[in-house]
Design a protein around this ligand. Structure first.
Ligand code: DLL
Length: 445
């Protein structure tokens, strides 16, 4: 812990673009409205799907007179992008697109996005904002362990870190021992990747006999998958860093939609580029601030593939209370899960993140687990397979039985379902090198 304390005073609250990030709300809202109107006009003129949708809703671009009028616009969802595969929603000809990314779905490349030169410039700037908010400056050596390729994580963080002027190491994911060696040899001060991979890197580091004191890491900027506060603390303790969370999705831009500042009280949304709403995922009704629901985003500056009211499926809530960092952008709470990763077990709604929170607070349990849903007769079953520490694993049988019971009880009281708990050997659950897959659903519906 001494090391962490030594490194923290070096972290200052900084802003990448103070004028934009601390813009008074009335000015920001004027800018948002102007940009919203331009976006609606643009897609109406250039994208047949939007023209049809707006015509059917009886909305003309000129009808958008206030920010609340956004609620008159139709939603867009992932299936719209799939149906338009590959370029059907682009609002500019391909000659004006200089980069293409895609996110893979179960049916192959399901959503394809294109960036104009200006989009790429904005993207770098927005990622530069989150890196700066998380403590990165041009003096940093940034180790990027996100995959490079069609996934937006590697390139997105890369170009933002270059924009900041840091020394960027584009390691990509995989070959974890090499990641540790490179971090040590190249003096990485910032680690960028998914939280689950960061944890794996940390554990590999200890297995290699490398202590965090031999590294120069100060901060970690993690995103691309849900994770809990407890997991963050675990990674911070293992790597002796301060970790922030950042959020984005490829359809809307990639990383750079929102990110935490060092106060870590929610992720500031880049509201000059994205208009955020929270809706009830079942009814589509817009919810008041503070309520948890599905995040819906409208892009305000994108040229390549502007999106109106894109349903992210991510569950969060908004908070406009002032933040000591001075940013005036509203914050979204850490993503709690997706509307589509909610498990319904015997009628009870449970999110994997709830179970993770319970598990990580229990001593003797490692932050590696798998949730297996199955069915016995007509009844749903949930099995939690979780690794235990070597001491517990090699200890007395009674200790294991006790621990199993404790997990079962805690999950029962927190989530309202009684799981079967299997304590498994240390290191037996597969480690992820990108986004972790924690749920297996074997139920046949
Ligand atoms: O994951 C973009 C990204 C890359 C964000 C690197 C941050 C850092 P997709 O592959 O399209 O894009 O996946 C988007 O990942 O809808 C969320 O469900 C989830 N997600 C992304 N960031 C977070 C986060 C990138 N910080 C989907 N917390 C999103 C929780 C996240 N979930």
């Amino acid at each position: 812990m001494a090391t962490l304390k030594r490194r923290l005073p070096l972290l200052k609250h900084r802003l990448w673009d103070p004028k934009a990030e601390t813009m008074p709300r009335p000015e920001l809202e004027r800018l948002q409205l102007e940009r919203l109107q331009a976006t609606v006009r643009r897609v109406y003129e250039r994208v047949p799907l939007y023209r049809d949708r707006l015509d059917s809703a009886g909305v003309r671009p000129g009808d958008i007179r206030t920010l609340e009028d956004v609620q008159r616009l139709p939603f867009t969802c992932k299936d719209d992008l799939r149906a338009a595969y590959p370029y059907g929603l682009f609002a500019v000809p391909l000659k004006d697109i200089i980069r293409i990314h895609a996110s893979s779905g179960t049916t192959g490349l399901s959503t394809v996005v294109g960036y104009t030169r200006r989009d790429l410039r904005n993207w770098s700037d927005l990622v530069a904002r989150l890196l700066t908010a998380g403590g990165v400056t041009r003096h940093d050596v940034v180790h990027i362990s996100f995959g490079y390729g069609l996934f937006t994580g590697g390139f997105g963080l890369h170009q933002g870190a270059e924009r900041v002027g840091a020394s960027v190491i584009p390691v990509s994911s995989g070959n974890t021992e090499r990641q540790v060696r490179l971090m040590k040899d190249f003096g990485a001060t910032a680690l960028v990747g998914t939280p689950s991979y960061a944890l794996h890197i940390a554990e590999t580091m200890y297995e290699m006999g490398v202590s965090p004191d031999e590294l120069s890491l100060r901060v970690g900027l993690f995103g691309a998958e849900p994770s809990s506060e407890t997991l963050r603390r675990e990674i911070e303790a293992k790597l002796q860093i301060l970790a922030t969370d950042n959020y984005g999705l490829s359809e809307v831009m990639g990383p750079g939609v929102s990110g935490e500042c060092l106060n870590r009280n929610g992720l500031h949304i880049n509201e000059d580029h994205f208009l955020a709403e929270i809706i009830n995922p079942e009814t589509g009704e817009v919810l008041p601030e503070g309520y948890t629901g599905e995040l819906v985003l409208t892009t305000l500056s994108k040229e390549g593939i502007p999106l109106l009211r894109y349903r992210t499926r991510d569950l969060t809530r908004l908070d406009s209370s002032p933040c000591p960092c001075g940013r005036t952008f509203r914050r979204m709470a850490r993503v709690q899960g997706r509307t589509d990763d909610m498990m319904i077990i015997r009628g009870v709604n449970v999110f994997p993140s709830q179970i993770e929170n319970v598990l990580l607070e229990i001593e003797g349990v490692e932050p590696h687990y798998e949730l297996v849903l199955d069915r016995e007769g007509a009844l749903d079953t949930l099995e939690i397979r979780v690794e235990v520490t070597p001491e517990i694993f090699e200890g007395r049988m009674a200790g294991l039985v006790e621990l199993e019971k404790k997990i079962r009880h805690r999950v029962q009281s927190e989530c309202g379902i009684t799981p079967r708990v299997s304590l498994v050997e240390p290191k037996s659950i597969q480690r992820s090198q990108g986004k972790a897959k924690r749920v297996t659903d074997r139920r046949v519906f």
